[in-house]
Design a protein around this ligand. Structure first.
Ligand SMILES: NC(=O)C1=CN([C@@H]2O[C@H](COP(=O)(O)OP(=O)(O)OC[C@H]3O[C@@H](n4cnc5c(N)ncnc54)[C@H](O)[C@@H]3O)[C@@H](O)[C@H]2O)C=CC1
Ligand SMILES: O=C(CO)COP(=O)(O)O
Length: 323
């Protein structure tokens, strides 16, 4: 062990996988679980077949100290969990949000929520093309770690990087967070295209033009369009809009096949962040005056304000324009 302590808050699929990745850096790891199993757990239901490394201790108590804390809960719970965590965590311990989405009630990105709940704390975001099960199995992957403080981002990449999980530092927190949030909405749209039998050309067009929308919105929020070409942008879109392991993409496929959203959600125990992020994203775009017809159409499909035929007409029967 290297003497470091990494704490992970949230023992869903991604928190569990990140605890495994953190243990591979040589650190001691604590994994906070909302309802710990009496007697402890080594194998977790979210990632069947994965054994937690010995370096990981599962606990129901928030950490008071660590070299870094990873916040890995559904984005809609980030506010309440971070308030509770702030109550016990020592000042100065950096918190990295690993959530992908917008808070539904406020349309805020996760780091903006943390700026309200942990105003004096150093913070960062981790985002990239990372299916939890593959990270847990130690398959090769990469992600971006962004903070407004680039020195902190570089320091955190040096703590969390390993020979199978390669991290790149960035200071574009708006671009990285927005890309991670929006890709879940686009993945639902891509799934709808495939589920409805509209073809792979249509899916590629939808993804590519959605990138243009997200880049415009990222710039309006002070981010960089170039970030969309990176791991948190195109990287995660490639994974999530084509990989059947994506919960958002598979939800889109089922919806495109004609299954009602309420029925799909009732059949699942894991989070598909795109569903609640979609309306928040459109509200944010409207507030910023950014035109996002594809994101809007996906949102209206999910809320049944549009039929598939109407959505198709709306997107394709527009006058041609410059790319
Ligand atoms: N699963 C994946 O491959 C990846 C997920 N993410 C992101 O990580 C975040 C978490 O996703 P997963 O771990 O996959 O979700 P999950 O659905 O597997 O697990 C969610 C976890 O949060 C806990 N939780 C729910 N409500 C809570 C509350 N009020 N307070 C405390 N804990 C609560 C649940 O008990 C569960 O352990 C999401 O924002 C997701 O987009 C990011 C990258 C990869
Ligand atoms: O964020 C992810 C991969 O990078 C996981 O995607 P889903 O939440 O759609 O499964």
């Amino acid at each position: 062990m290297n003497g470091r302590h990494i704490a992970v808050i949230g023992a869903g699929a991604w928190g569990t996988a990140l605890a495994c990745a953190a243990a591979r850096t040589g650190a001691r790891v604590t994994l906070w679980m909302r309802t710990p199993v009496p007697g402890g757990v080594r194998e977790l239901p979210r990632l069947p077949g994965i054994q937690l490394p010995d370096a990981v201790t599962v606990t129901g108590v928030f950490p008071t100290h660590a070299d870094v804390v990873l916040l890995v809960v559904p984005v809609q719970t980030a506010r309440s969990v971070s308030v509770a965590l702030e109550g016990v965590l020592a000042p100065g311990v950096p918190v990295v949000t690993c959530c992908k989405g917008l808070e539904q009630a406020t349309s805020l990105l996760p780091l903006t929520v943390l700026a309200e709940t942990m105003p004096d704390r150093p913070t960062a975001v981790l985002s990239g093309p990372n299916f939890a099960i593959e990270i847990a199995k130690d398959l090769p992957a990469a992600a971006t770690l962004a903070s407004t403080d680039l020195t902190l981002a570089k320091h955190l990449t040096s703590i969390l990087n390993s020979s199978s999980f390669r991290l790149y530092a960035s200071n574009d927190v708006a671009g990285v967070q927005l890309a991670g949030a929006a890709k879940n909405v686009v993945a639902i749209g891509a799934g709808i295209v495939i589920g409805a039998g509209l073809g792979e050309n249509g899916r590629a067009a939808l993804i590519t033009r959605a990138v243009a929308e997200i880049a415009r919105l990222a710039e309006a929020l002070g981010g960089r369009a170039a970030t969309l070409a990176g791991l948190s942008g195109v990287g995660d879109l490639i994974l999530t809009c084509t990989g059947r392991g994506s919960r958002n993409y598979s939800l889109g496929i089922e919806f495109g096949e004609g299954r009602p959203l309420s029925e799909i959600l009732a059949s699942r125990t894991t989070v598909a962040e795109g569903v609640l992020t979609a309306p928040a994203l459109v509200a944010l775009a409207q507030k910023m005056g950014v035109h996002v017809p594809i994101l809007e159409t996906i949102t209206h499909l999910l809320s049944e304000k549009l039929t598939l035929e109407e959505a198709r007409t709306l997107l394709l029967d527009r006058p041609p324009t410059l790319e």
